[in-house]
Write a protein that binds this ligand. Sequence first.
Ligand SMILES: [Zn+2]
Length: 264
Amino acid sequence: MSAFDSSVDKGSFFEGSVNDRSVVGSGDSPANEHPRPPRREFKARGSFVTRCDSCQLPALNCLCPYQVKAESHAQVWLLTHPLEHFKPTNTGRLIRDVITTTRVFTWYRVAPDAQLAALLDDSRYAPFVIFPDDQPDYADRVVGIDAVHAAKGQARIPVFIILDGTWRQARRMFRKSAYLDQLPVLPLSTERETRYRLRKPASKAHLCTAEVAIELLRQGGDAVAAEVLDDYFEVFNDSYAASRLYHKIDPPTAAMQRLVARKV
Ligand SMILES: [Zn+2]
């Protein structure tokens, strides 16, 4: 596996370190095929911290002053595992903050979101499922980043469909979603090591969701959008980590200064 998703299934999440299933009770099954009652009330650490209503970060290090929009040719559509929506450490939302064309769908095993299904049939888009190419049974679907550039050459909009969840969740989403079976698979190939500090990665090569998007945008030719998102991710990362220590970041970091400079 090259670089892909973020987080490990076990380990030291800040929020959500309790049994994940207690968040929604029935795990990832909206159809309740495996009903599991909550084992205990979900109480994330940090529940009592005052959070900004807009960015959800602790107010001490609010992210809002650093929100800068960027345009990109390619789009990112997140297929987000239901359990991931609840986690404030989720970085998928950072992509949407920066790139307004970003779409977020909740993953359902049985059927796709109706809007997603319609979009997958829309020939204006060239969707790619982002997933490692480490298994032989779908090798015929694997493409490289040149396919993204080729789509742009045909005046289609490349779409990176990122499976937003833990590694285990993402693998299940990939395997269990028949509606993704026809799409080309684009593995992210990068030397980048994760800088995400809010969850413990199984490996430095496991990038979090925002980092996956940053590298795809960069390789796909959206350099400015990638830079803005990278800075915004860094500010999120720093701010969140500092807030755990009840520490306010001061003076502004280099990434903060770059983002503020883009605003004027
Ligand atoms: Zn805020």
